[in-house]
Design a protein around this ligand. Sequence first.
Ligand code: RAM
Length: 952
Amino acid sequence: MKILTFWTLLSLIFCINTKAASDLTPDYLRCEYLENPFIDEKKPRLSWILKSEVRNQYQTAYRILVASKVELLEPGKADLWDSKKTIGDITSQVVYQGKPLKSRQKCYWKVQSWDKKGQAGKWSDWATWEMGLLEEDDWKSQWIGKDFSANTQPIPYKNKELFLPPSPILRKKIALANKVAKARLYVTSLGLYEYKINGKKVGVDFLAPGWTDYNKRLYYNVYDVTQQLGQGEHVLQATLSPGWYSGYIGYALLIGNPVVRAFYENTPALKAQLEVTFTNGETAIFTTNEQWKAATGGLIESDILHGETFDARKVPEGWSQANFNDEHWDDASIINAGKRNLQLYPAQPVQVTDVIEPIEIHKRENGDYIFDMGQNFAGLVKLKVKGKAGDKVVLKFGEMLHPDGRLMDENLRMARATDTYILKGDPEGEEWTPAFTYHGFQYVQVSGFPDKPTKGNITGLVLGSNTPRVGHFETDHPMVNQLYQNIVWTQRANFVDIPTDCPQRDERMGWTGDAQTYAGTAAINMDVSAFFTKWIQDLHDAQWEYGAYPDYAPAPPVRSTDTYAPGWMEAGIINPYEQFKAYGDTRIIETGWENMEKFMAFHYKKSKGAYFYPEGSFADLNPKGGYGDWLSIGKKTPPDMLATMYYGHVASLMAEMADAIGKPERAMHFQNLAKKIKTAFAAHYLNEENLRLKTDATAYGDGAGYVDGQMGFSGNTQTAYANAIFLDFLDDNQKHIAGNHLAQLIHENDGKLATGFLGAKQLLPALSATGHSDLAYQLLLNEEYPSWGFEIKNGATTIWERWDSYVKDNPEKMASLNNGMNSFSHYAFGSVFEWMFHNMAGIKADEVAYKTFTIAPEIPKEEINYVAASHQSIHGNISSSWKKVGEKLFMKVSIPVNTQATLFIPAKSELDITMDKKRLDQHENLQRGHFFEGKQVLKLGSGTYQFESIIK
Ligand code: RAM
């Protein structure tokens, strides 16, 4: 009896021990930054986030199991990989090191972590990834399509012509002899596709397979279509649209470029294979081949920029049904599309991420109706309408109304942005959503609606790359809150497969300057890890032979003079660096390393080995000097001075990245290079006596050929100082003085900013860094032109391209604006959010991926008494909030498991601070730093903490 009790006890203890002794649990398992994805990366990287209620918790070891079947996902059984207990605190960028992965292989995985005391936590739930087609001969399908453009007549449009051929529809009946256990569709197209099975769209993606340099790589998508297929007959269907491959791109038509459309090839084509595994183990594959049939259907015009025309009367009745007779259809053509480098789409696809209902309808005198969606966004509308066959409803999209209520379309330039639906006359009513276009808009002008429309007739569908939202920011200041909303909306409107400059006009290209300046903000708001992995490849693919990165990527030749420009071309270094910083991604550095080295060699050659660019160095570009501080106000900062700073800046980033991928010699080289550039910069552009930045403005003559050259050039500008401070071109003492010069310039400018694309992001941080936080806040809160607040006062729901894009109730001013270049949804100036997050909320990464970070909010004296921000980092959720009530400051922070934060708590004295209601000295084991300049430094591990202090 006694013995038994002893054994029971022992087994109980044993049992507890083998069960989780720690509450540390891995969660949010991802592979290549995606949840349960299809991938084609043979050495995928895994990540997880750790959960624990224990403070100061961290991981000391982990074990990953990967198995080919979920039943095998146990220690001792996992057949693909057992990492065994591996000592270390990493939870992301963990490279799979198991058996080689094969095409179509599905992998199940889970992970367990050991905590700071060495105790094991629970196994995570399992997750999966599945391999795509890894070998060239996995592809059994052919390229098919049909060119129906022969009878297409050009359409006159704004003194030019549009050529919009009808879309082919493709069809093939199949029969499945057995029950289906598993079915996958591998599909891609040159141009855009929509694939359907029995009339039902496969997946929920739009604009697939996205935009790349199609001659270098083309992405395919994989869909699990098991649920869409049973035993019996089915119809496989597809519609093709020109898209970026053979449709219109950018302003080529506007500027009279010799090529205006079909930059890659003229005829869209589809390549797809449906692979089915039956429950009896047999398999079948249904490829695109010469047995497919082709016809035209309802889609008689379709283009990304110009919109769609759909004639519902032309849809072949019953073509989605198996018994439809397609004998009279043409045979699909086999398209010779050459050899394509096919890869699996590496990011979140473009999808509908939100639905918006109109807020108002205005009737126009001519009988049109204008729907106000209440928000400027990118996407489509779903139309609901009932009427006679042949009734034609025309939807025209715009971002703004003229003061007299007319839809403003001048700023769309040559983008027709019009969708037309011709009814078939269904007495039950009809519904239509375009498939292959999108618009940037807040207003929809509806003409030809059969009767009086109601709000229910139009629903807004927000489209964009479905990057997860990871940021949150709010204050007690309505304008600042609106500003943050505008920033997020503008990001959503422009992260559409690539980071575009704008979603509305005939442009929508991946401008590199915009993308490099905004990358930091983008990564705080959304998880852009996969999104930028894709675009950075586009960027490398678009690199010029001679090493410069282009003005935009992908880079079809829409204007021969669009080559490269200082501050734009550096995206090739800055964007990979921002990925490294946000996610600790070193693979992106390794993959692009040669390209980046080539770019640095270009800089070296272009600067003639002089380590700086004297005035006029880029006079060979068109516009001369490149774009400079694009859309700044007043005297221009010399583009060559900016070019020098960007050269030095990317040299520093290269040094850091070289270190990160184990290239110490290159790190040393780039460090030295950066130093030399800084020295040469100071020798040429800095007046060593008064520490004013200077230039020889005479070198620019009358400025002709330069962007806004007639304004004259000066080294003594806000943008010059903001960059010199922000990019670390000055030592501490010099920075301090430069900060005063900057503050003085702002005072002289009536307390207003004057910066453009290369200065707006740097301005507020440069002020904060040099003791002018009050001025930074003043610029943020300013509501007079030019400022962020001015846009909001004038009704903005997104960020504008220019500081004065629209002036409410001021028709004269509006008439004087350059409507040809006026986007109301341009994210570049939204880069001010970096300062809001880093300085107002005070969250700044110290090490990459926020492994360690600082929380040091800058509390303004007035106007704002509350700020709360959070960011779901790759390590977990970071948050910082503060509230001022009278003399008291309340702060709350959360620090993810496995990370550490350094906090700076503002207080009159260290004795005035409590943490979780206890004075600091009453806490055991608290890592207290010094109390300095009104701030107490604390080092904290994971957990949520509350502070109170007296600050006045
Ligand atoms: C404009 C684009 C973009 C900018 C370039 C220089 O046309 O909208 O934002 O980077 O020009």
